[in-house]
Design a protein around this ligand. Structure first.
Ligand SMILES: O=C(O)CCC(=O)C(=O)O
Ligand SMILES: [Fe+2]
Length: 334
């Protein structure tokens, strides 16, 4: 498996093509999600100009002084993530036992070298969003709320393509995502010395799978995101950005559960950028990325959907609500 083989789907054909083109694009998308847990999309409906604005706001937020970010700090526990999570709080290594097995003995917990900002849907009363005040970062809240709406809309179009690709009744996936319960995240990976990374206890993000249905991701031109080569389990292949407008999509745990294991969640990590992998000393520069976790509506079950349960393939997952599942997983992370 080489990098070039991670399929790229022209999503414009699904959005605007004739029925044959739509069917073809949907099948190619689903095939890649089933085979790799990942796909790359072009013509997804988010403009290059908008993606540039994501980077501007991403930088502006993380450049705020620590005491300003502290005003909206996220408190560890099972509550959904809101506001600023400082370096060392979210610990992806806890999600897979293979991480602990690979850790150098006696050196403490495996930590993520990253900070992030998370928010949920506009006006969420159960888990209110935490934005910097207008005085601290004017315009940020307005931009992020608009970004959330745009990317939720794109995600639902991807769900529509999955319905076509799996021959599911129209809206059977989309209806499970309304009202919106997704989460939007902006990430900053500070510069880090190779010494620290080589200690074996630090990574930008440890191998993990996400909890929602699918994750949509933009990464800056530095790169570093890697997906599992399923021919060699727990080994990883870099996704080299073709341009910053390329949308990377990966499958997550809720999709695996709904499809009773037919779609497996895409395992991924964030590593040293591919063009720097042979460097042995010095620092790797900071990196920005932004991800959108498309989530099921909180009251919807994340147990298998009937279509995927058969006598030969009995239900592999229990019927719990999306919120229960999310809270169980968040508690492990923090
Ligand atoms: O920054 C990235 O490329 C990946 C981030 C990620 O995997 C996550 O936040 O779940
Ligand atoms: Fe992830």
């Amino acid at each position: 498996m080489t990098v070039a083989q991670l399929p790229i789907v022209d999503f414009g054909l699904f959005l605007h093509g004739n029925p044959d083109q739509q069917e073809h694009a949907a099948k190619k998308l689903v095939e890649s999600l089933v085979n790799h847990g990942f796909v790359r999309l072009t013509n997804h409906g988010i403009s290059q100009e908008f993606v540039q604005q994501i980077w501007e706001w991403d930088r502006a937020f993380f450049q705020l002084p620590e005491e300003v970010k502290m005003k909206i700090v996220h408190h560890p526990g099972s509550d959904l993530q809101r506001g600023w999570s400082r370096k060392g709080t979210e610990t992806t290594s806890r999600l897979r036992k293979e991480n602990a097995e690979s850790s150098p003995k006696g050196k403490g917990e495996l930590l993520d070298e990253k900070e992030h900002f998370d928010c949920g849907p506009r006006g969420d009363t159960e888990f209110p969003n935490k934005f910097p005040s207008e005085g601290d970062l004017p315009g940020f809240k307005t931009f992020v709320e608009q970004y959330f709406d745009i990317v939720q809309h794109v995600s639902l179009n991807i769900m529509r393509a999955c319905e076509v690709g799996f021959r599911m009744p129209k809206n059977s996936l989309v209806d499970r995502c309304i009202p919106a319960s997704s989460e939007l995240r902006m990430l900053h990976y500070p510069p880090v010395s190779l010494d620290r990374l080589q200690s074996g206890t630090i990574k930008r993000a440890w191998p993990h799978t996400d909890f929602g249905i699918i994750t949509l991701l933009f990464q800056d031109s530095l790169g570093g995101l890697e997906f599992e080569d399923r021919n060699k389990p727990f080994t990883f292949v870099p996704i080299i950005p073709s341009d910053e407008n390329e949308l990377i999509v990966n499958t997550s745990q809720t999709f695996q559960r709904w499809t009773n294991g037919v779609v497996k969640a895409g395992l991924h990590q964030v590593n040293v950028p591919p063009h720097m992998s042979s460097i042995t000393e010095g620092c790797i520069p900071e990196r920005y990325s932004s991800v959108f976790f498309l989530k099921a509506h909180r009251e919807v079950s994340v147990g298998p959907i009937d279509q995927f349960v058969t006598e030969e393939r009995p239900a592999m997952y229990p019927d719990i609500t999306a919120l229960q599942y999310q809270q169980e997983m968040t508690e492990i992370l923090y």
